[in-house]
Write a protein that binds this ligand. Structure first.
Ligand code: F6R
Ligand code: MG
Ligand code: MG
Length: 379
Protein backbone atom coordinates (compact mmCIF):
# COMPACT_ATOMS: atom_id res chain seq x y z
CA UNK A 1 0.00 0.00 0.00
CA UNK A 2 1.29 3.45 -0.84
CA UNK A 3 1.03 5.91 1.98
CA UNK A 4 2.69 8.11 4.51
CA UNK A 5 5.00 5.46 5.80
CA UNK A 6 8.50 4.76 4.58
CA UNK A 7 9.63 1.25 3.76
CA UNK A 8 13.26 0.42 4.25
CA UNK A 9 14.19 -2.69 2.26
CA UNK A 10 17.51 -4.49 2.51
CA UNK A 11 17.88 -7.36 0.08
CA UNK A 12 21.16 -9.20 -0.33
CA UNK A 13 22.60 -11.97 -2.45
CA UNK A 14 25.89 -13.51 -3.45
CA UNK A 15 26.00 -13.28 -7.22
CA UNK A 16 29.70 -13.95 -7.65
CA UNK A 17 33.00 -13.51 -5.84
CA UNK A 18 36.27 -11.88 -6.82
CA UNK A 19 38.85 -14.53 -6.06
CA UNK A 20 36.73 -17.33 -4.72
CA UNK A 21 34.22 -16.33 -2.09
CA UNK A 22 36.26 -13.27 -1.04
CA UNK A 23 34.57 -10.06 -2.15
CA UNK A 24 32.08 -8.44 -4.55
CA UNK A 25 33.70 -7.05 -7.74
CA UNK A 26 33.02 -3.30 -8.10
CA UNK A 27 31.51 -3.92 -11.56
CA UNK A 28 28.70 -5.89 -9.92
CA UNK A 29 27.88 -3.02 -7.59
CA UNK A 30 27.98 -0.56 -10.49
CA UNK A 31 25.62 -2.76 -12.47
CA UNK A 32 23.16 -2.99 -9.57
CA UNK A 33 23.47 0.76 -8.97
CA UNK A 34 22.54 1.54 -12.55
CA UNK A 35 19.44 -0.67 -12.31
CA UNK A 36 18.35 0.99 -9.07
CA UNK A 37 19.21 4.48 -10.35
CA UNK A 38 16.70 4.05 -13.15
CA UNK A 39 13.97 3.26 -10.63
CA UNK A 40 14.52 6.39 -8.50
CA UNK A 41 11.42 8.60 -8.46
CA UNK A 42 9.51 5.91 -10.34
CA UNK A 43 9.51 3.10 -7.81
CA UNK A 44 12.00 3.90 -5.10
CA UNK A 45 12.92 7.09 -3.26
CA UNK A 46 16.57 6.37 -2.67
CA UNK A 47 19.08 3.53 -2.59
CA UNK A 48 22.56 2.53 -1.57
CA UNK A 49 24.55 -0.50 -2.72
CA UNK A 50 27.25 -2.05 -0.58
CA UNK A 51 28.86 -5.38 0.19
CA UNK A 52 30.26 -7.60 2.86
CA UNK A 53 32.52 -10.36 1.59
CA UNK A 54 30.94 -11.96 -1.48
CA UNK A 55 27.46 -10.66 -0.65
CA UNK A 56 26.02 -7.63 -2.41
CA UNK A 57 23.64 -5.59 -0.29
CA UNK A 58 20.87 -3.47 -1.85
CA UNK A 59 19.37 -0.86 0.44
CA UNK A 60 16.20 0.73 -0.98
CA UNK A 61 13.65 3.16 0.40
CA UNK A 62 10.12 3.53 -0.96
CA UNK A 63 6.45 3.84 -0.01
CA UNK A 64 5.26 0.45 -1.20
CA UNK A 65 5.33 -1.54 2.02
CA UNK A 66 7.15 -4.80 2.72
CA UNK A 67 7.03 -7.78 0.38
CA UNK A 68 6.13 -5.59 -2.56
CA UNK A 69 6.30 -7.38 -5.92
CA UNK A 70 7.69 -4.37 -7.80
CA UNK A 71 10.44 -3.75 -5.25
CA UNK A 72 11.40 -7.41 -5.10
CA UNK A 73 11.28 -7.50 -8.89
CA UNK A 74 13.66 -4.56 -9.03
CA UNK A 75 16.12 -6.27 -6.67
CA UNK A 76 15.84 -9.47 -8.66
CA UNK A 77 16.59 -7.59 -11.87
CA UNK A 78 19.63 -5.92 -10.27
CA UNK A 79 20.95 -9.27 -9.06
CA UNK A 80 20.34 -10.95 -12.39
CA UNK A 81 22.12 -8.24 -14.33
CA UNK A 82 25.01 -8.32 -11.88
CA UNK A 83 25.15 -12.12 -12.13
CA UNK A 84 25.41 -11.77 -15.90
CA UNK A 85 28.42 -9.47 -15.48
CA UNK A 86 29.86 -11.91 -12.95
CA UNK A 87 29.57 -14.69 -15.51
CA UNK A 88 31.26 -12.57 -18.18
CA UNK A 89 34.13 -11.81 -15.83
CA UNK A 90 34.35 -15.46 -14.80
CA UNK A 91 33.82 -14.53 -11.17
CA UNK A 92 33.52 -17.37 -8.73
CA UNK A 93 30.09 -18.81 -8.01
CA UNK A 94 28.43 -16.39 -10.47
CA UNK A 95 24.71 -16.33 -9.75
CA UNK A 96 25.35 -18.46 -6.66
CA UNK A 97 22.40 -17.25 -4.58
CA UNK A 98 19.90 -16.95 -7.43
CA UNK A 99 18.80 -20.47 -6.71
CA UNK A 100 15.66 -20.47 -8.76
CA UNK A 101 14.54 -18.66 -11.88
CA UNK A 102 10.91 -18.82 -10.89
CA UNK A 103 10.48 -15.19 -9.80
CA UNK A 104 6.82 -14.53 -9.22
CA UNK A 105 6.62 -11.40 -7.13
CA UNK A 106 8.84 -12.13 -4.14
CA UNK A 107 12.53 -12.96 -3.84
CA UNK A 108 11.98 -14.89 -0.61
CA UNK A 109 12.54 -18.58 -1.15
CA UNK A 110 14.69 -17.94 -4.21
CA UNK A 111 18.02 -17.40 -2.47
CA UNK A 112 18.41 -13.70 -1.54
CA UNK A 113 18.12 -12.62 2.10
CA UNK A 114 15.51 -10.00 3.01
CA UNK A 115 15.11 -7.59 5.94
CA UNK A 116 12.31 -5.04 5.42
CA UNK A 117 10.69 -2.61 7.75
CA UNK A 118 7.78 -0.21 7.23
CA UNK A 119 7.96 2.73 9.58
CA UNK A 120 6.38 6.01 10.48
CA UNK A 121 9.48 8.17 10.20
CA UNK A 122 10.32 10.10 13.32
CA UNK A 123 11.51 13.71 12.81
CA UNK A 124 15.02 12.29 12.95
CA UNK A 125 15.40 8.60 12.18
CA UNK A 126 18.85 7.06 12.77
CA UNK A 127 18.96 3.58 11.24
CA UNK A 128 21.81 1.12 10.99
CA UNK A 129 22.20 -1.70 8.47
CA UNK A 130 24.38 -4.58 9.56
CA UNK A 131 25.51 -7.20 7.05
CA UNK A 132 27.53 -10.30 7.86
CA UNK A 133 29.46 -12.74 5.71
CA UNK A 134 30.30 -16.41 6.37
CA UNK A 135 27.64 -16.93 9.02
CA UNK A 136 23.94 -17.58 9.62
CA UNK A 137 20.81 -15.66 10.65
CA UNK A 138 21.05 -16.70 14.30
CA UNK A 139 24.34 -14.78 14.53
CA UNK A 140 22.23 -11.69 15.32
CA UNK A 141 20.60 -13.32 18.36
CA UNK A 142 23.29 -12.37 20.82
CA UNK A 143 23.79 -8.76 19.69
CA UNK A 144 20.02 -8.17 19.37
CA UNK A 145 19.48 -9.53 22.85
CA UNK A 146 22.21 -7.27 24.16
CA UNK A 147 20.83 -4.17 22.42
CA UNK A 148 17.18 -4.58 23.42
CA UNK A 149 17.22 -6.69 26.60
CA UNK A 150 20.58 -6.54 28.37
CA UNK A 151 20.97 -3.68 30.86
CA UNK A 152 24.71 -4.34 31.03
CA UNK A 153 24.87 -3.38 27.34
CA UNK A 154 22.09 -0.83 27.05
CA UNK A 155 22.06 1.68 29.85
CA UNK A 156 18.82 3.14 28.49
CA UNK A 157 16.89 0.05 29.58
CA UNK A 158 17.64 1.13 33.13
CA UNK A 159 17.75 4.91 33.04
CA UNK A 160 15.60 6.08 30.11
CA UNK A 161 11.92 6.08 31.17
CA UNK A 162 10.81 5.77 27.54
CA UNK A 163 12.44 2.34 27.17
CA UNK A 164 12.38 1.15 30.75
CA UNK A 165 9.41 -1.15 30.00
CA UNK A 166 11.54 -3.25 27.63
CA UNK A 167 10.86 -4.74 24.21
CA UNK A 168 9.16 -7.72 22.56
CA UNK A 169 11.02 -10.27 20.44
CA UNK A 170 9.56 -12.24 17.55
CA UNK A 171 11.51 -15.50 17.39
CA UNK A 172 11.36 -17.93 14.49
CA UNK A 173 11.87 -21.64 14.78
CA UNK A 174 13.77 -22.17 11.55
CA UNK A 175 13.22 -25.91 11.55
CA UNK A 176 9.55 -26.21 12.54
CA UNK A 177 8.63 -22.95 10.74
CA UNK A 178 6.77 -21.49 13.69
CA UNK A 179 7.11 -18.18 15.49
CA UNK A 180 6.55 -16.89 18.99
CA UNK A 181 6.60 -13.43 20.58
CA UNK A 182 8.34 -13.10 23.93
CA UNK A 183 8.35 -10.03 26.10
CA UNK A 184 11.37 -8.76 27.99
CA UNK A 185 12.29 -8.43 30.77
CA UNK A 186 9.41 -10.67 32.04
CA UNK A 187 10.10 -13.60 29.72
CA UNK A 188 13.84 -13.09 29.34
CA UNK A 189 14.77 -16.57 30.51
CA UNK A 190 12.26 -18.19 28.15
CA UNK A 191 13.67 -16.10 25.33
CA UNK A 192 17.21 -17.20 26.15
CA UNK A 193 16.23 -20.88 26.13
CA UNK A 194 15.36 -20.42 22.47
CA UNK A 195 17.81 -17.89 21.08
CA UNK A 196 20.77 -19.52 22.82
CA UNK A 197 20.45 -22.13 20.03
CA UNK A 198 21.04 -19.82 17.06
CA UNK A 199 21.08 -22.62 14.46
CA UNK A 200 17.49 -23.43 15.31
CA UNK A 201 15.93 -20.19 16.56
CA UNK A 202 16.53 -16.72 15.17
CA UNK A 203 15.16 -13.34 16.21
CA UNK A 204 13.20 -12.01 13.24
CA UNK A 205 11.89 -8.73 14.66
CA UNK A 206 11.95 -6.58 17.75
CA UNK A 207 8.86 -4.52 18.65
CA UNK A 208 8.26 -1.77 21.18
CA UNK A 209 5.79 -2.42 23.96
CA UNK A 210 2.41 -0.72 24.41
CA UNK A 211 2.98 2.73 25.85
CA UNK A 212 6.09 3.39 23.75
CA UNK A 213 5.82 6.40 21.43
CA UNK A 214 6.53 4.12 18.44
CA UNK A 215 3.38 2.14 17.50
CA UNK A 216 3.54 -1.31 19.04
CA UNK A 217 3.07 -3.10 15.69
CA UNK A 218 5.98 -1.24 14.07
CA UNK A 219 9.28 -3.12 14.30
CA UNK A 220 12.36 -1.36 15.63
CA UNK A 221 14.67 -4.06 14.29
CA UNK A 222 14.32 -6.72 11.61
CA UNK A 223 16.66 -9.46 10.42
CA UNK A 224 16.84 -11.76 7.42
CA UNK A 225 16.23 -15.40 8.31
CA UNK A 226 16.46 -17.18 4.94
CA UNK A 227 18.25 -20.52 5.01
CA UNK A 228 20.07 -21.40 1.80
CA UNK A 229 20.16 -25.08 2.67
CA UNK A 230 16.39 -25.25 2.86
CA UNK A 231 15.85 -23.25 -0.29
CA UNK A 232 18.36 -25.19 -2.36
CA UNK A 233 17.83 -28.58 -0.71
CA UNK A 234 21.60 -28.94 -0.59
CA UNK A 235 24.62 -27.11 0.78
CA UNK A 236 24.79 -23.73 -0.95
CA UNK A 237 26.98 -21.76 1.46
CA UNK A 238 25.94 -20.13 4.70
CA UNK A 239 23.11 -17.69 4.87
CA UNK A 240 25.08 -14.49 5.42
CA UNK A 241 22.34 -12.42 7.08
CA UNK A 242 21.45 -8.71 7.16
CA UNK A 243 19.90 -6.73 9.99
CA UNK A 244 18.22 -3.32 10.24
CA UNK A 245 18.14 -1.51 13.59
CA UNK A 246 16.50 1.83 14.43
CA UNK A 247 18.21 3.85 17.14
CA UNK A 248 17.93 6.72 19.63
CA UNK A 249 15.11 8.57 21.35
CA UNK A 250 13.43 5.76 23.24
CA UNK A 251 15.45 3.08 21.43
CA UNK A 252 19.01 1.96 22.12
CA UNK A 253 21.44 4.79 21.31
CA UNK A 254 23.70 4.28 18.30
CA UNK A 255 26.52 3.57 20.73
CA UNK A 256 24.43 0.98 22.59
CA UNK A 257 23.58 -0.69 19.30
CA UNK A 258 27.26 -0.83 18.34
CA UNK A 259 28.37 -1.89 21.82
CA UNK A 260 26.54 -5.18 21.23
CA UNK A 261 29.29 -6.05 18.73
CA UNK A 262 32.20 -5.22 21.04
CA UNK A 263 32.40 -8.87 22.04
CA UNK A 264 33.34 -11.08 19.06
CA UNK A 265 31.01 -13.97 19.89
CA UNK A 266 31.32 -17.35 18.21
CA UNK A 267 29.05 -17.89 15.23
CA UNK A 268 28.52 -20.84 12.90
CA UNK A 269 29.82 -20.48 9.36
CA UNK A 270 33.39 -19.65 8.37
CA UNK A 271 35.11 -22.16 6.09
CA UNK A 272 32.56 -24.24 4.12
CA UNK A 273 29.82 -23.05 6.44
CA UNK A 274 31.06 -25.74 8.80
CA UNK A 275 33.03 -24.07 11.57
CA UNK A 276 32.53 -21.92 14.63
CA UNK A 277 34.47 -18.70 14.59
CA UNK A 278 34.38 -15.20 16.07
CA UNK A 279 32.22 -12.52 14.43
CA UNK A 280 34.64 -9.66 13.71
CA UNK A 281 33.23 -6.12 13.25
CA UNK A 282 35.09 -4.40 10.40
CA UNK A 283 35.01 -1.31 8.20
CA UNK A 284 33.75 -1.76 4.64
CA UNK A 285 37.39 -1.46 3.54
CA UNK A 286 38.12 -4.63 5.49
CA UNK A 287 34.94 -6.47 4.59
CA UNK A 288 36.66 -9.27 2.65
CA UNK A 289 37.14 -12.57 4.49
CA UNK A 290 40.58 -14.07 3.93
CA UNK A 291 41.94 -16.44 6.55
CA UNK A 292 40.23 -19.83 6.25
CA UNK A 293 37.59 -17.86 4.29
CA UNK A 294 37.04 -15.71 7.34
CA UNK A 295 36.91 -15.06 10.12
CA UNK A 296 33.18 -14.27 9.78
CA UNK A 297 32.71 -10.53 9.68
CA UNK A 298 30.11 -7.83 10.06
CA UNK A 299 29.89 -4.29 8.71
CA UNK A 300 27.65 -1.51 10.00
CA UNK A 301 26.30 1.27 7.75
CA UNK A 302 24.62 4.14 9.59
CA UNK A 303 22.05 6.41 7.92
CA UNK A 304 19.74 9.22 8.85
CA UNK A 305 16.48 8.67 7.04
CA UNK A 306 14.55 11.76 5.97
CA UNK A 307 11.34 11.43 3.96
CA UNK A 308 12.80 8.26 2.51
CA UNK A 309 16.10 9.91 1.57
CA UNK A 310 19.22 8.20 2.84
CA UNK A 311 21.65 10.62 4.45
CA UNK A 312 24.96 8.81 4.88
CA UNK A 313 26.23 6.18 5.20
CA UNK A 314 28.70 6.28 8.01
CA UNK A 315 31.01 3.26 8.18
CA UNK A 316 30.30 2.53 11.84
CA UNK A 317 33.04 0.01 12.62
CA UNK A 318 35.76 2.10 10.98
CA UNK A 319 36.95 3.13 14.41
CA UNK A 320 39.97 2.23 16.57
CA UNK A 321 37.49 1.72 19.42
CA UNK A 322 36.85 -1.69 17.83
CA UNK A 323 40.56 -2.57 17.50
CA UNK A 324 40.53 -4.57 20.72
CA UNK A 325 37.45 -6.49 19.55
CA UNK A 326 39.24 -7.27 16.31
CA UNK A 327 42.43 -8.35 18.02
CA UNK A 328 40.46 -10.57 20.40
CA UNK A 329 38.63 -12.00 17.37
CA UNK A 330 41.98 -12.82 15.79
CA UNK A 331 43.19 -14.50 18.98
CA UNK A 332 40.00 -16.55 19.12
CA UNK A 333 40.47 -17.39 15.45
CA UNK A 334 43.97 -18.74 16.25
CA UNK A 335 42.66 -20.76 19.15
CA UNK A 336 39.71 -22.24 17.29
CA UNK A 337 41.80 -23.03 14.19
CA UNK A 338 44.21 -25.08 16.24
CA UNK A 339 41.41 -27.66 16.66
CA UNK A 340 41.54 -28.35 12.91
CA UNK A 341 38.79 -30.81 12.00
CA UNK A 342 37.75 -31.39 15.61
CA UNK A 343 34.68 -30.08 17.38
CA UNK A 344 33.94 -27.59 18.75
CA UNK A 345 35.73 -25.71 15.96
CA UNK A 346 33.95 -27.86 13.42
CA UNK A 347 30.17 -27.83 13.70
CA UNK A 348 28.43 -30.64 15.56
CA UNK A 349 27.84 -33.85 13.64
CA UNK A 350 24.15 -33.03 13.46
CA UNK A 351 24.81 -29.59 11.98
CA UNK A 352 27.20 -31.04 9.42
CA UNK A 353 24.14 -32.64 7.83
CA UNK A 354 23.44 -29.28 6.27
CA UNK A 355 26.84 -29.28 4.57
CA UNK A 356 28.64 -31.47 2.07
CA UNK A 357 29.71 -33.97 4.78
CA UNK A 358 26.85 -36.46 4.19
CA UNK A 359 28.17 -37.09 0.66
CA UNK A 360 31.53 -38.08 2.13
CA UNK A 361 29.90 -40.43 4.62
CA UNK A 362 27.75 -42.00 1.95
CA UNK A 363 30.62 -44.10 0.67
CA UNK A 364 31.16 -45.63 4.13
CA UNK A 365 27.51 -46.54 4.42
CA UNK A 366 27.84 -50.19 3.41
CA UNK A 367 30.96 -50.76 5.46
CA UNK A 368 29.25 -50.16 8.78
CA UNK A 369 28.52 -53.44 10.57
CA UNK A 370 26.42 -53.95 13.69
CA UNK A 371 28.32 -54.09 16.96
CA UNK A 372 27.49 -57.57 18.17
CA UNK A 373 29.12 -57.46 21.58
CA UNK A 374 26.58 -57.88 24.38
CA UNK A 375 27.07 -55.58 27.36
CA UNK A 376 30.19 -56.76 29.16
CA UNK A 377 30.33 -60.09 27.31
CA UNK A 378 32.44 -61.31 24.44
CA UNK A 379 30.30 -63.17 21.87
C1 F6R B 1 31.27 -20.42 3.19
C2 F6R B 1 31.90 -20.15 1.89
C3 F6R B 1 33.23 -20.72 1.60
C4 F6R B 1 33.12 -21.95 0.71
C5 F6R B 1 34.50 -22.57 0.42
C6 F6R B 1 34.40 -23.75 -0.55
O1 F6R B 1 30.01 -19.86 3.26
O2 F6R B 1 31.31 -19.55 1.03
O3 F6R B 1 33.96 -20.99 2.75
O4 F6R B 1 32.27 -22.91 1.31
O5 F6R B 1 35.35 -21.60 -0.14
O6 F6R B 1 33.79 -23.30 -1.70
P1 F6R B 1 33.63 -24.21 -3.01
O7 F6R B 1 32.91 -25.45 -2.59
O8 F6R B 1 32.82 -23.33 -3.92
O9 F6R B 1 35.01 -24.49 -3.52
MG1 MG C 1 30.14 -17.02 -2.66
MG1 MG D 1 28.87 -14.82 1.54
Amino acid sequence: MEGEKTTFSVIKADVGGLVGHHIVHPALEETAESVLEEAVDELIIDFYVSHVGDDMVLIMTHNKGVDNAEIHGLAWKAFQKAAKVAKELGLYGAGQDLLSNAFSGNVRGLGPGVAEIEITERPSEPIIVFAADKTEAGAWNLPLFKMFADPFNTAGLVIDPSMHMGFRFEVWDLVEHKKVILSCPEEMYDLLVLIGSPGRFAIKRVFPKPGHHIPENEPVAVASTERLFEIAGRYAGKDDPVLVVRAQHGLPAVGEVLEAFAFPHLVAGWMRGSHWGPLMPVSVRHAGPTRFDGPPRVIGLGFQLKKGKLVGPEDMFDDPAFNRTRSLANMIADYMRRHGPFEPHRLSFQDLEYTTAPQVLEKLKNRFAPIEEAHGHQQ
